[in-house]
Design a protein around this ligand. Sequence first.
Ligand SMILES: NC(=O)c1ccc[n+]([C@@H]2O[C@H](COP(=O)([O-])OP(=O)(O)OC[C@H]3O[C@@H](n4cnc5c(N)ncnc54)[C@H](O)[C@@H]3O)[C@@H](O)[C@H]2O)c1
Length: 265
Amino acid sequence: MNLELEQQRVLVVGAAGTIGKAVTQAFLQEGCSVILLDKDPLKSEDFPHAPERLHAIQGDVRRAEDMNQAVAYGKRHLGGLDHAIYTVGAGSGKYGFPFWNLSPSDWPSVLEINLMGAVHLAHAFAPEAIQQAGRTLCLMSSVAGQIGSQTDPPYSAAKAALINFMQCIAKDFAPHGARANAIAPGMVVSELNRSVWASAQSGLNPEEQTTYAQWGDDKVKRVSPMGQWQRPEDCASMATYLASHHARHMTGQVLNIDGGQVMHA
Ligand SMILES: NC(=O)c1ccc[n+]([C@@H]2O[C@H](COP(=O)([O-])OP(=O)(O)OC[C@H]3O[C@@H](n4cnc5c(N)ncnc54)[C@H](O)[C@@H]3O)[C@@H](O)[C@H]2O)c1
């Protein structure tokens, strides 16, 4: 399928992460210019494809001015931005079951990164988005945001709020021909997922503890009808599709990439 995204300009926030890297590669392969932002330094060897179309900047999504600067960078160096993708995420590092294993003081930092970072991006990008029909914003949510996942309640709540805010954005963008959607991955091997395993092990006796691979395989078979891990590339293909004209009637949607873990009747 020709997505016809050549020469479009994309901002990927959280680009040093597992899914962020795959999203970046996918847009580069479509012929886009990509601005990558992360709090961690980006390694050029992670992005061997088309280095001349890559612009790496460092920033922290918790600071609104960093998101403003990223969009301003796009205007200055690329003449504007067509698409913005939010792939940042972080958990509390603690395990729910029950939720009072965490304390209220565990919540603000999780909400700040998972929710407020996306709010900062949406505010920075909105004036660009509404300038021209066809521009899009995509937020990486999670199945956790749709099922009240007990694993990490502040993470789950932030991901639910992200979906709700995405729908507000979609309604406000619609008269301008701009769109907003969310992708909800199920389980992808990544640092974020590994940290969930690590926190899950902390309360167990040594004989109950398992390796990350064993824990993940058991969990994915239990929660997902298809019983398989998702790949970062699965999320990346959805991100490029949503940015393309093939998805021109899709807005306000949550696309689950989860082997059937979440099904709405
Ligand atoms: N891995 C999974 O199983 C899974 C499942 C559901 C949803 N998700 C979501 O997908 C997205 C990507 O997750 P991933 O698995 O690639 O995680 P990851 O940990 O590999 O990547 C997250 C990235 O966010 C960056 N980041 C964190 N805090 C930041 C900040 N304050 N400012 C700027 N950058 C910051 C990190 O440096 C990292 O590069 C996240 O939104 C996550 O919640 C992942």
